[in-house]
Design a protein around this ligand. Structure first.
Ligand SMILES: [Zn+2]
Length: 166
């Protein structure tokens, strides 16, 4: 789907690491390795995001965890459960991929961050004009539009907490 083939692929354990799209994710250092996560110099860089892949996911409506296309609806994590909130995930995700990410990612899976999770369509999110930065998360490049600004203004928007996510 959204395969990226590296001309000079990074190495992991002495072998080329192409990190192809799809499920299940490759397991690296005991953790499922997201599609947008870069492999460094033989070391996984779990705290970083490949900007080109993240941008592809945002512009082409792909999942940041598995790299596959998203359906009409997908999920994002928000800084807080309200309209206008910065989106703290690099891109949207399938529901099952979000659950996988929340289980393994120390930022998304940290209840003390108070993140909210919501189902969105592509026009629910828009480029953020103020790039709010969070101490532990990458800069937010998206924000959640108010429902009245979307193509489905009569829709009920539901925000889930980490504990409600499954
Ligand atoms: Zn996915």
């Amino acid at each position: 789907m959204k395969d990226v083939v590296y001309v000079h692929p990074p190495q992991y354990k002495g072998e080329e690491f192409q990190n192809p799209a799809g499920l299940p994710r490759p397991v690296v250092a005991g953790l499922p390795f997201p599609w947008v996560t870069p492999m460094g110099d033989s070391e996984p860089l779990f705290k970083e995001v490949e900007r080109v892949k993240a941008e592809m996911c945002r512009s082409q409506w792909g999942c940041q965890v598995c790299g596959y296309d998203l359906a009409t609806t997908a999920w994002v994590a928000l800084e807080r459960p309200q309209d206008g909130s910065p989106v703290v995930t690099s891109a949207a995700m399938h529901q099952t991929c979000l659950v996988l990410a929340a289980k393994h990612c120390p930022v998304l899976g940290d209840a003390s961050n108070g993140y909210a999770f919501t189902e969105v369509q592509q026009d629910d999110i828009t480029a953020s004009d103020d790039e709010t930065s969070h101490e532990k998360a990458p800069k937010a490049r998206w924000r959640l539009r108010s429902v009245s600004e979307t193509s489905r203004p009569d829709r009920l928007r539901i925000f889930l907490s980490l504990a409600q996510l499954h």
